[in-house]
Design a protein around this ligand. Structure first.
Ligand code: TRP
Length: 437
């Protein structure tokens, strides 16, 4: 039986933790706090929550329903549902996006591992802000150092994926996710006692409505897609390891709310530290690598705080990267009949090689990131919304939605959101990226 050979979650909890592990990543811990600061703190948070409910959850449900219904990777899923049609292109796009995203995501994750190492050997204590900044620029200037950590990170990812769905992905998430939450709570308790806590919290909680622009709305939407790992078949793949009785509506809410909560709480950790030392809140990509270590250098117990922070970030990155590698592996296992071992090692090594240009040249990393978040993900998400909302019939949608879920009102709301609201919102993001809107 092919379905048995593919593997399965041991239950809904396995799926929820894995989906949440995929969602909670670098996007939550450095990107979200920083753009929240840029776009007006609390006002942006409310906007973001609205996007998660209006577009994020409906799409998450659409993807996982397709996966659960077909028990296939993204390419196979479209093929099973609409044999011989062009929709299979949407699945192929997912596989391409996984290659692109993981190749540079793993480079940034490699930086995180290097910072775990720097924290471990007490590199920040007693250093001046300039010396700490040099640690970052020195790393960026050293291709071999980045390639080394890229390799270590990809090895960890491959080792987990080669063990399979329940023994690899599920166990990995069951270990790392609780630790991630525990570290987040400890850091939060620590951060809210620092001198900058009041300023930091005010920065995040006082709405500055005047900063909310149409750009902020689109930024919030794009961030919601990226943060929930949508638009490239991850939830199709993870959904395909679920049994038909599971209640997906409940799972989708749980994952989306958990992911959003982690993002908001990450802001509550980062900004009190930033304001305690009069640092720049909108430092962008350098915020966690250059700005925060300056705070760690001076904080009481800063050694432990920095270690906890970067280990947390490492777990977040690893639980996301395994989901990216799993999409390509599932494709080669289902469609090309490769063994899981062969697929994980071969594809992992290919992605390692694809990551080298991002490690060697800075601009290449930004190019790949732009390609993925501005084009591949919105197009992928749009295709999935159109497929679910318009290519599938009303009865097909209702039949799959109703497995494990009985509310007619929920079905009607989801149908409306996935048919009308999501496509319009995604087209707007895309036109905005092309500077046409
Ligand atoms: N969601 C993860 C984060 O917030 C990143 C990620 C993992 C992702 N898989 C993805 C983003 C798929 C887009 C698509 O860091």
């Amino acid at each position: 039986m092919q379905i048995l050979a593919r593997g399965n979650w041991s239950g809904a909890v396995g799926f929820i933790l894995a989906a949440m592990g995929s969602a909670v990543g670098l996007g939550n811990i450095w990107r979200y706090p920083y753009i929240t600061g840029q776009y007006g703190g609390a006002a942006f948070i409310l906007l973001y929550i609205a996007c998660v409910f209006a577009v994020g959850i409906p799409l998450l449900l659409a993807e996982s329903l397709i996966g659960r219904k077909t028990q296939r990777n993204p390419v196979g899923a479209f093929r099973v549902l609409r044999p011989g049609s062009e929709w299979v292109v949407a699945g192929r796009l997912s596989v391409v996006s996984s290659f692109v995203i993981l190749s540079y995501y793993a480079v940034v994750a490699g930086w995180v591992l290097h910072y775990v190492y720097l924290s471990l050997i007490k590199s920040f204590a007693g250093k001046s802000p300039q010396e700490i900044a040099t640690l970052f620029t020195g790393m960026i200037a050293s291709p071999w150092l980045q390639i080394f950590w890229l390799m270590v990170f990809m090895l960890l990812t491959i080792l987990i994926i080669s063990r399979g769905v329940s023994r690899g992905i599920e166990i990995g998430n069951k270990i790392m996710m609780p630790l991630l939450f525990a570290l987040l709570v400890v850091l939060l308790l620590y951060a809210i006692q620092t001198d900058g806590a009041a300023t930091g919290l005010e920065f995040l909680l006082r709405p500055q409505w005047q900063k909310l622009s149409p750009t902020a709305v689109l930024e919030a939407l794009g961030q919601a897609l990226f943060s929930l790992s949508l638009g490239m078949g991850i939830m199709i793949t993870y959904g395909s390891y679920l049994s038909h009785q599971s209640n997906l509506v409940g799972c989708a809410f749980f994952v989306a709310i958990g992911d959003t909560l982690v993002a908001i709480l990450a802001g509550f950790v980062v900004f009190p530290l930033v304001f305690s030392f009069g640092l720049e809140p909108s430092a962008g990509p350098g915020l966690i690598f250059q700005t925060l270590p300056i705070a760690f250098a001076q904080l009481p117990a800063g050694y432990w705080v920095s270690l906890a922070f970067f280990v947390l970030l490492g777990f977040a990155a690893l639980t996301s990267s395994i989901s990216l590698l799993e999409v390509v592996c599932a494709y080669f296992v289902d469609e090309q009949r490769w063994s899981r071992k062969k697929a994980s090692w071969t594809l992992g090594i290919v992605i390692f090689l694809l990551g080298i240009p991002s490690a060697v040249g800075d601009d290449f990393l930004e190019f790949m990131d732009g390609l993925a978040t501005n084009y591949l993900l919105p197009i992928g998400a749009l295709l999935i919304a159109l497929f679910t909302g318009w290519a599938l019939t009303h009865d097909e949608r209702r039949e799959e939605f109703s497995a494990g879920e009985s509310s007619a009102f929920r079905f009607a709301s989801w149908s409306f959101l996935i048919r009308f609201v999501s496509p319009v919102a995604l087209v707007l993001i895309f036109l905005h990226q092309l500077r046409l809107f």
